[in-house]
Design a protein around this ligand. Structure first.
Ligand code: GCO
Ligand code: MN
Ligand code: MN
Length: 388
């Protein structure tokens, strides 16, 4: 039995904004004293995380002076060195400041769009300075409350122009950087453009450097949209676009909850972990969630440890699933190959098409076969509940 302790090879990461959340929400003030970036790195070191990610302004406040910036960086660098934590991913805060109230790259105001370019280039420089190899774009304010305000086609074109610009910027500066686009259907805007991972995958193919750009799917965001997260992740993986992942949890139809990973839908979390482990996903496993507002910093540590432990417990369950004889024999039966039919599949030829047209199918007898999915699903439940 594993001890479920996190190790560097698991690549468990947290954002400064996750364990650093002070519990402020639209209805209430902070419940925890803010900690400095360096203090948060020590906290993450204590719970056994591998890395820490940041928005530019999680590390350097937007109005910091040069001297303040240098001091923060010095402390942060020292904390990284002492804990051994790395910075695999960085991103830009393009949503917090009032200037972004109508978006950044999609704002109708050219001054806002130009400022967003400037802020992002500086944030990319900052991320690269700390070793980030993945740069996330989450367009939290890139949307509308009323569609009389913005042209949806222009907004897509403006987003494309911005991402193309940053690809060239990275190439021009010889940065070893890949971009990961993160979709969310709504919140903080009424509606956000490119609302799902599927939209992002389609959008990426229209860029000048699609090879530099992938996705950063988030559990909560796809659950908010009521769709199957693992299916989107699989599609991204199959397309070679799963550059990063945001793990958390969420009840559909509610506000953006950012719950501890696996705490709401254990079954969905299980299939997700099983997928990632089966295919050999090797990029960071980033927990983009935060502790309940009821917690102090001991509770924040419980939260962070819980995210990682649940992942590792589900990983063990996935191994158990893969070596369970009864489950595997049902799967083998379901996936049985019919060698007589094999020649009919694959690439089109005229001869193949004509011969498929001639096959006599006994529809009723094919349809009569039970598929044993009830049994398979219950065996999975037994396994997840520890009765197998
Ligand atoms: C959210 C998003 C963010 C992004 C982060 C990185 O719902 O607020 O998930 O946490 O992931 O801004 O780009
Ligand atoms: Mn989110
Ligand atoms: Mn996220």
């Amino acid at each position: 039995m594993s001890t479920f302790l996190p190790k560097p090879e698991h690549k468990f990461t947290f954002g400064l904004w996750t364990v650093g959340s002070t519990g402020r929400d639209p209805f209430g003030s902070p419940v925890r004293e803010p900690k400095t970036p360096a203090e948060l790195v020590y906290l993450l070191g204590e719970v056994g995380a591998y890395g820490v990610n940041f928005h530019d302004n999680d590390l350097i406040p937007i109005d910091a002076t040069f001297a303040e910036e240098e001091l923060i960086k010095k402390d942060f660098r020292k904390a990284l060195a002492e804990t051994g934590l790395v910075v695999p991913m960085a991103t830009t805060n393009l949503f917090g400041d009032p200037i972004f109230k109508d978006g950044a790259f999609t704002s109708n105001d050219p001054k806002v769009r130009a400022y967003a370019l400037q802020k992002t280039m500086r944030a990319i420089d900052l991320g690269v300075e700390f070793g980030a190899r993945i740069y996330v774009f989450w367009g939290g304010r890139e949307g509308t409350e009323t569609d009389s305000s913005k042209n949806a086609v222009d907004s897509i074109k403006r987003t494309r122009e911005a991402i193309n610009f940053f690809c060239e910027y990275a190439l021009d500066n010889h940065y070893n950087l890949k971009f990961a686009l993160e979709a969310k259907p709504n919140e903080p805007r009424g509606d956000i453009y490119n609302p799902t991972t599927g939209h992002m995958l389609a959008f990426i193919e229209t860029l000048d450097h699609p090879e530099m750009v992938g996705v950063n799917p988030e559990v909560a965001h796809e659950h908010m949209a009521g769709i199957n997260f693992m299916h989107g992740v699989a599609q991204a993986w199959e397309a070679g676009k799963l550059f990063h992942i945001d793990l958390n949890d969420q009840y559909p139809g509610r506000y953006d909850q950012d719950l501890r990973f696996g705490s709401r839908d254990i079954k969905a979390a299980f299939y997700l972990v099983k997928f990632l482990e089966d295919v050999g996903y090797d990029a960071p496993r980033h927990f983009d969630a935060h502790a309940f507002r009821t917690e102090d910093y001991e509770g924040v540590k419980d939260f962070a440890r819980g995210c990682m432990r649940t992942y590792l417990m589900l990983k063990e369950k996935a191994q158990q699933f893969n070596s369970d004889q009864e489950i595997q024999s049902i799967l083998a039966e379901i996936n049985a190959v019919d060698s007589e039919l094999t020649p009919y599949f694959g690439k089109y030829t005229k001869e193949k098409a004509n011969s498929i047209k001639e096959i006599p199918f006994d529809r009723a007898s094919i349809a009569n076969r039970g598929l044993k999915y009830e049994k398979l699903d219950q065996l999975t439940i037994n396994l997840l509940l520890g009765y197998r």
